[in-house]
Design a protein around this ligand. Structure first.
Ligand SMILES: Nc1ncnc2c1ncn2[C@@H]1O[C@H](COP(=O)(O)OP(=O)(O)OP(=O)(O)O)[C@@H](O)[C@H]1O
Length: 811
């Protein structure tokens, strides 16, 4: 938010501008002068609005402060009898409502002033002249900005929002005949001019006409800038192919395959802003959820929407979903740990068997098997955990099953579970009543603290006890005390029932592997996986240790959620965005689709960055494209890589197979050729990287990423660098828990680098021993494509066979 004095400055500037404007002569003007004049007019409008809104904001602030300060002065407080207490209460409530209402108005006024402040800095970035076919009107000049600006008459559109239907002309067309979509059809006409501006601090920095869709020069300038620790919006330079993604309203499943750095994440965020604008009556940020690859990424993208004047959507990682469901009872392996475990076991028998299990359990085939299994469970087979207390049975597994299956199957698992839950809570209540005379309660009641006795006393009083019949009162107190003691003892049971823990999903899941007949009946091809015996053994081992392998987590979570009945909140979600979608197994894709049954999906990924085994069979995308009917699914491609220089794109393409690299094209922006340095040992690796960091920091690069393969290596690398680098160049180690990417030099493991970028990337030890196998190829590609301007690769001894040969130097 801007300070009051900043707002004042803007107002003064507005006043000055209006004087300046009138003083200008009306001689024939060059286009540039005309545009500068127009800019002054717009800034004057903004200044005027700012004056008005700031005054309003001041009033609102005054109201809020006033109400807060005098809150109790205006409340009539009287506790003398119950009528007075009631009146006091309603008077407090009235005052509270008033305060909330004023706070809301204050918040809205603040948002308006913030938006105007941004508009004062840069009110628009483009102009198009358009003559609509057939209406005989003259050509209209349309200015496009991040937000619209309408004159006080309510009719003059000084600036159109970039999301308005007419604005799409700018992104989609070159001068000539052009059309744009409106809610009930298409408007045709002639685009006679396209002009781009760079306006900063209310000053026209550049202006030029262009015949391209969105001029290269501006894009060049934007891409040459230094990166930041947070992602920026691309509103002024959205490319035509990105605009298709942003404005799609037709498809329920939009799948985008895009090269590294082609703007998938950027387009996704612009799309969210677009949808919030287009459907503002019916869609709120809470009804959109974005699945991010990791917490660092979450922080990285969190500024884009607020910069566009919208509130952030919900964001979560798939890992968080798993943790929320299974994390309380189990330690769940994460995807990266699974990958590391597989590569350690690789070649040995266990590894191969597990690899097979991972592929199988991530498959569409297994999803179909689980779906069929859930159908079967509608009639029998759901397992329950009995309610027991200190060895005493309160409700048995059989009783719960009987109750569960007595409710009609057509009601669905959700209703059945909710009914059983209610019934169990009543059972627990009855059981407490039945235990009041039991010995254990009597003994426990004798041991209670004095405060508990006092509480029981207050309880009895509140409920109207303690009258003349003293004898009865004492008895009542004893009963209450005992009840409280018994309730406290079974509180964990009540909590477990409330959160549906009476359903034993892990056992249900295990049963599928144990009962081969059931498995065969559920599998679409009627066959058992060849290593089912090994799978069962492995489940028994890990569940026994309270651990869950990553490949079991999603199927188990699916069964567990299905048996409880998917929650209502999931129904409210209208749009699901999945970034780095190549990392999801087809099973996970199908699960998300099931979880958000009513939502539309926008799924973005790059099969060249598919580094996890679980999604490799489907090439990273097979799972997503088959989830909905073909007529509601659209698969789009982005091939131009905007992030990196031509030299970096050329280098990183060589890491991939020719076939995979074929469609990637760089945006023409030049920089230094990536360099490979071969070091003799760890010591010289550290020294070479330090020399690189010092040089690049001196050259002014604001974000430098040192990317190691694993978390352990990045820890080691950070320790070495901290020791060798001078204090003026601080080093931050980025770990899984980090919510924000720090400025300067960051050391991080490859999997946390997903989706983010650095001015310069230094790859820590890309030797053959680290990135030697086929499955390391895409990981190395992912790591190297994080660089915007500079890429330096270091290796101890023999470099990875995937790196381009030639140009290596000795460190
Ligand atoms: N139209 C555009 N105008 C300006 N910059 C753009 C545009 N498209 C992409 N970029 C820039 O290119 C970089 C990469 O964009 P983004 O992170 O969205 O790509 P991505 O496809 O999600 O990449 P990856 O898959 O490698 O994570 C960012 O710095 C982004 O600002």
């Amino acid at each position: 938010m801007k300070s009051a004095s900043e707002h004042d400055k803007i107002q003064d500037y507005g006043d000055w501008l209006s004087g300046e404007w009138e003083a200008m002569s009306n001689e024939a003007l060059t286009p540039r002068e005309e545009e500068e004049e127009r800019l002054l007019t717009v800034l004057e409008q903004v200044g005027r609005r700012m004056r008005k809104e700031s005054a309003l904001l001041g009033d609102r602030r005054g109201d809020v402060v006033g109400i807060r300060q005098e809150f109790w002065d205006d409340v009539r407080v009287n506790f003398s009898d119950s009528t007075e207490v009631g009146e006091t209460w309603s008077s407090i409530m009235q005052q509270k409502e008033l305060l909330l209402e004023r706070e809301r108005s204050h918040r809205i006024a603040t948002e308006v002033v913030d938006r105007l402040t941004k508009q004062f800095d840069s009110p628009y970035f483009a102009r198009i002249d358009f003559r609509e076919k057939g209406i005989g009107d003259p050509t209209e000049a349309i200015y496009i900005g991040r937000a619209s600006l309408v004159g006080e008459d309510g009719e003059t559109f000084y600036v159109y929002d970039w999301r308005a239907p007419v604005s799409s002309l700018f992104y989609d067309h070159e001068p000539g005949s052009a059309t744009y979509r409106v809610p009930d059809g298409w408007i045709e006409g002639e685009l006679t001019l396209k002009r781009q501006f760079v306006i900063r601090g209310g000053q026209m920095k550049f202006m030029f006409d262009t015949s391209e869709t969105v001029g290269d020069e501006i894009l060049q300038a934007v891409l040459s800038e230094g990166s930041d620790t947070a992602m920026k919006s691309i509103v002024a330079t959205i490319q035509k192919e990105q605009n298709v993604i942003i404005r799609d309203e037709k498809h329920k499943m939009l799948v985008v395959q895009g090269a590294a750095g082609s703007g998938k994440t950027s387009a996704a965020l612009q799309r969210i802003a677009y949808l919030l604008y287009r459907f503002r009556e019916t869609l709120g940020p809470n009804q959109i959820i974005l699945f991010s690859p990791n917490p660092v990424f979450k922080g990285y993208i969190s500024r884009v929407l607020p910069d566009l004047g919208e509130a952030n959507m919900r964001q979560m990682t798939f890992r968080e979903l798993i943790e929320a469901r299974l994390g309380r009872r189990f330690e769940v392996e994460d995807l990266f740990a699974q990958t590391e475990a597989l590569s350690e076991e690789g070649g040995q028998n266990a590894g191969e068997t597990r690899e097979r299990a991972v592929r199988y359990k991530g498959s569409e085939h297994f999803f179909a098997t689980v779906e069929n299994y859930l159908k079967k469970l509608e009639n029998s087979g759901v397992r329950f955990r009995p309610l027991r207390f200190r060895g005493i049975s309160i409700v048995t597994e059989e009783e719960i099953a009987e109750k569960f299956y007595a409710i009609q199957a057509s009601d669905g698992f959700g209703t059945r579970s909710a009914n059983v839950r209610r019934w169990l809570l009543e059972k627990l209540n009855d059981w407490v009543e039945s235990q009041l005379d039991a010995k254990w309660v009597e003994e426990a009641a004798e041991l209670v603290e004095i405060e508990d006795i006092q509480r029981a006393y207050v309880d009895v009083r509140r409920k109207g006890g303690f009258h003349d019949e003293v004898f009865d009162d004492e008895e009542q107190m004893t009963i209450r005390l005992r009840r409280r003691v018994a309730e406290d003892c079974i509180a964990p049971l009540v909590k477990a029932v409330r959160s549906y823990r009476f359903i034993d999903a892990p056992e249900v899941y295990r049963d599928l592997f144990e009962n081969r007949g059931v498995f065969m009946a559920c599998a679409p091809d009627g066959k058992l996986p060849p290593n089912i015996e090994w799978m069962l053994q492995r489940i028994d081992d890990s569940f026994g240790r309270k651990m869950i392998d990553h490949e079991d987590a999603t199927p188990l979570m699916y069964i567990s959620e299905a048996l409880e009945g998917f929650r209502k909140v999931e129904d409210e979600i209208q749009h699901v965005f999945v970034d780095e979608a190549q990392d999801y197994s087809p099973f996970q894709a199908a699960y998300l689709r099931r979880r958000y049954l009513r939502a539309r999906f926008t799924v973005l990924g790059d099969f060249n960055q598919a580094i996890y085994l679980q999604s490799q069979d489907s090439g990273g995308f097979g799972g997503w494209t088959r989830l909905m009917a073909p007529e509601t699914t659209s698969v789009l491609k982005l091939t131009t890589s905007y992030r990196s220089t031509e030299q970096i794109v050329a280098y990183t393409k060589k890491i991939l197979s020719q076939e995979d690299a074929a469609s990637i094209t760089p945006f023409h922006r030049s920089g230094e050729v990536p360099r490979l340095t071969v070091c003799s040992d760890g010591g010289s690796l550290g020294e070479s990287v330090v020399a690189g960091i010092s040089e690049l920091s001196a050259r002014g690069y604001g974000t430098i990423g040192i990317i190691a393969k694993t978390a352990r290596e990045s820890g080691d690398a950070a320790a070495v660098l901290k020791e060798l680098l001078p204090d003026e160049i601080p080093v931050s180690l980025v770990t899984g828990g980090a919510a924000q990417l720090p400025k300067g030099v960051s050391v991080l493991p490859s999997y946390l680098a997903k989706g983010i970028e650095f001015d310069a990337v230094l790859v820590w030890d890309a030797s053959a021993s680290q990135y030697g196998q086929e499955k390391d190829r895409k990981l190395l590609y992912t790591v190297c494509t994080r660089a915007l301007h500079v890429l330096r690769v270091f290796a101890i001894g023999e470099p990875s066979p995937w790196l381009p040969t030639g140009g290596a130097i000795d460190g």
